[in-house]
Design a protein around this ligand. Structure first.
Ligand code: MG
Length: 384
């Protein structure tokens, strides 16, 4: 038997992080959990550290005070994550942090040449321009965790580059798929959080309903697979069984199919390049019965179009759009703005903040600050 893989899980108390620990528990002896981190849920973090024997933990929120078992090295504050991610003694860093907090640790892991399982799509959306060249310079391998990107990654493995015409991401259409544009614009928080196929965190569920998430994923795919935007498209597939497709030059398609369970792509990334076991059920087409597909009506999902525009503009534009969305989604979940107004906030912020080159982390973080202020004032105007 090979030695256990030494892993660090950044964001172990979130939905991806908890699923990753389920993967660890399902394959005893396959992984050694070296380090785990949480922003504020340190009670759960302490429980996870004890259960999985993690010797290093980081707590983002300095105010949190929870007792860890003796012998556990407790780091605090923002820089702690960079230190853990850049540990050269790791086999894998799973970046499951939320939003822009994942950016600096992603840089630290890649700079150290570590293999990174990327669940934090914002790091690529905001800083693909920086991270991708750095990864090829240090030899750091980026393994996607998003189900769509994991599917494409797997389909591309056996395909010659010159045979690839493009890629197609599938989209479930989210919880509001059957609604008219008018009804969707005033959808309740309850409707929006009721995702038909995927169980995910709150922010990403709202982003699925608006399809902003699919815009983020197109940009993520652009960076991960080095493809221009005109070679990436989206098809609606409500059952979420076909996770994505590669289009070949002869007009045929390669697809990857599986149950809509995030543990499958998480497990794939964690075991990679070794094969993963059947730990979370098989995909049985006899039981599934039928699959359906449809074209994406972009006019129905303005947030998707805005994010894609930002991707095409490039530089700090994706950071500006992503930050505006974060502010707007928070305002929506606090019932301060309507669902349809999320797009207005993103639009106003993209118009109000000028995109600059994203060639330095400081430029990206400055764009984030400026976009946050602009988006907050856009929300305030809608509320008044
Ligand atoms: Mg996805």
């Amino acid at each position: 038997m090979t030695a256990p893989k030494r892993i660090a899980i950044l964001g172990s108390t979130g939905s991806i992080g908890r699923a990753a620990l389920d993967v660890v528990a399902a394959s005893p002896g396959a992984f050694e959990v070296v380090a785990i981190t949480a922003f504020s849920n340190s009670a759960l973090l302490a429980e996870q550290a004890a259960r999985f024997g993690a010797r290093r933990v980081a707590v983002g929120d300095e105010a949190e005070s929870v007792e860890f078992a003796p012998g556990v090295d407790v780091l605090r504050g923002a820089l702690a994550l960079d230190e853990l991610a850049g540990d050269p003694d790791l086999d894998l860093v799973l970046n499951a942090l939320v939003g822009s907090s994942g950016l600096r640790p992603a840089l630290a892991a890649i700079r150290a040449g570590n293999r990174v399982a990327v669940a934090n799509k914002e790091s690529l959306v905001m800083a693909g321009e920086l991270l991708i060249p750095m990864a090829s310079a240090t030899g750091s391998e980026l393994i996607p965790v998003d189900s769509e990107h994991s599917a494409i990654f797997r389909c591309l493995k056996g395909t010659r580059t010159e045979e690839v015409e493009g890629i197609t991401l599938t989209a479930s259409g989210g919880p509001l798929r059957g609604m008219s544009s008018e009804a969707a614009a005033v959808a309740s928080l309850e409707d929006v959080l009721d995702h038909p196929t995927w169980e995910m965190g709150r922010k990403v569920t709202v982003d699925s309903a608006s399809m902003f998430n699919k815009g983020l994923e197109v940009i993520e795919a652009h960076w991960l697979f080095d493809l221009p935007y005109d070679r990436i498209d989206v098809v609606v597939h409500p059952e979420s069984i076909v996770h994505s497709l590669v289009r070949l030059t002869d007009g045929s398609l390669l697809a990857h199919l599986g149950e809509p369970d995030m543990k499958v792509p998480i497990q794939f990334a964690m075991f990679y390049p070794e094969p993963a076991p059947v730990a979370f059920g098989r995909c049985d087409l006899g039981v599934i019965g039928g699959l359906s597909f449809g074209t994406l009506d972009e006019t129905r999902y303005p947030c998707y179009g805005l994010m894609l525009d930002a991707g095409r503009i490039g530089g700090t534009a994706p950071t500006i759009a992503a930050t505006a969305d974060e502010v707007a989604v928070e305002a929506f979940t606090e019932s301060r703005i309507r669902f349809g107004e999320i797009a207005s906030v993103i639009d106003a912020t993209l118009k109000g903040v000028r995109a600059e080159p994203a060639d330095e982390v400081d430029h990206i973080l400055a764009a984030e600050d400026e976009a946050r202020a602009c988006a907050l004032s856009a929300v305030a105007q809608l509320v008044s």
